[in-house]
Design a protein around this ligand. Structure first.
Ligand SMILES: NC(=O)c1ccc[n+]([C@@H]2O[C@H](COP(=O)([O-])OP(=O)(O)OC[C@H]3O[C@@H](n4cnc5c(N)ncnc54)[C@H](O)[C@@H]3O)[C@@H](O)[C@H]2O)c1
Length: 299
């Protein structure tokens, strides 16, 4: 099996590369970064040529781990967010259709497609109601995956990631908590009230879940949630994170200002994923402990 990973140098992409290589799978990497490596194909972001990529190599599956995971940026630069989260999916699928119609396509989508609902776990078939350009653009990308399956018979699937964290991540909640601790541990201000809640999944479990989806799911244009099935309030997550420092010196408080476009609670129904045989390896304490070790070694 040969796996093409688009966005191979990013947080999730690079962890997927390591995961599949450790399983002795043939992995081909592609990203816009300037890197010299035998397994690497550099994409020109100004004029990406996916036709060339798909006409020169054969792949069993293409995983699209590129794109931006930034709600704030999507409000500031909706066109750029659209290009990186939606247009690229159209271009990749068109190239697959033209050159390798048997290559499966797995797109990294997001829980942001759901929008702001109740605290009930979100099941894949409920109506999407995004509250940010990012959420809309991820949803359009899912529809394109469905379009290319229904109309052109390509094998596509979207995986809706909830809150992913772990080694290699240099953005989002826990990275922000760490940066603020390093900058001024006596006065750490965290967004929101602390009562917002998320379903966190460690990156190794995300890779494991994607592997299970690739092995067992029909690629029929549908979407599937990838999460742990448990939500944690942000104040509890902060307490776990800072207690891993084994000092009492982190003084944090919440600003009580919510970030625009961030739903209060995102709880996942992972029945579909569980039916495929997935159970997470790490709880939040264990996963954060691995991440904390990485952060401290990096410092
Ligand atoms: N991190 C999360 O918690 C999370 C949650 C839900 C969904 N996602 C989705 O997962 C994907 C990856 O997220 P991440 O956190 O690893 O992001 P990241 O920014 O760390 O990685 C994205 C990678 O894509 C590359 N890239 C950008 N444009 C490209 C192009 N045209 N062709 C090839 N590569 C390109 C970048 O150089 C970067 O290496 C995104 O689509 C994001 O929306 C992430």
């Amino acid at each position: 099996m040969s796996i093409l990973i688009i966005g191979s140098e990013g947080f999730i992409g690079s962890n997927l590369v390591n995961y599949f290589k450790a399983q002795n799978k043939k992995v081909i990497c592609a990203d816009i970064k300037a890197i010299q490596r035998n397994d690497y194909y550099q994409i020109n972001p100004a004029d990406p040529n996916y036709d060339e990529l798909f006409s020169h190599h054969n792949f069993s599956i293409c995983i699209n781990a590129s794109g931006s995971a930034n709600v704030k940026f999507s409000f500031e630069q909706p066109k750029l967010d659209f290009d990186s989260n939606t247009l690229i999916v159209f271009k990749l699928l068109n190239a697959i259709k033209n050159h390798q119609p048997n290559c499966k396509f797995l797109n990294l989508s997001s829980a942001a497609v759901y929008g702001n609902f109740s605290s009930e776990p979100l099941e894949e078939n409920i109506h999407c109601n995004p509250v940010s350009p990012y959420g809309f653009h991820k949803w359009y990308a899912e529809l394109i995956c469905k379009e290319y399956h229904v109309l052109f018979n390509l094998k596509t699937i979207s995986v809706r990631l909830f809150s992913v964290y772990g080694e290699g991540q240099e953005k989002l909640l826990f990275w922000d908590m760490w940066q603020k601790y390093v900058a001024n541990k006596n006065n750490i201000e965290l967004f929101g009230s602390g009562n917002e809640a998320r379903d966190f999944l460690h990156i190794e479990d995300v890779a494991k879940a994607i592997d299970i989806v690739i092995t067992k799911e029909n690629f029929n244009g549908a979407a599937i949630n990838i999460a742990s099935g448990n939500i944690t309030p942000i104040k509890e997550a902060a307490s776990i994170f800072y207690s891993l420092l084994h000092t009492q010196d982190a003084q944090y408080s919440f600003t009580h200002h919510a970030k625009k476009g961030d739903p209060d609670i995102l709880a996942a129904d992972i029945s579909k994923l569980k039916q495929l045989g997935f159970t997470p390896t790490f709880n939040l304490q264990e996963g954060l402990s691995k991440y904390m070790q990485w952060l401290q070694e990096k410092k």
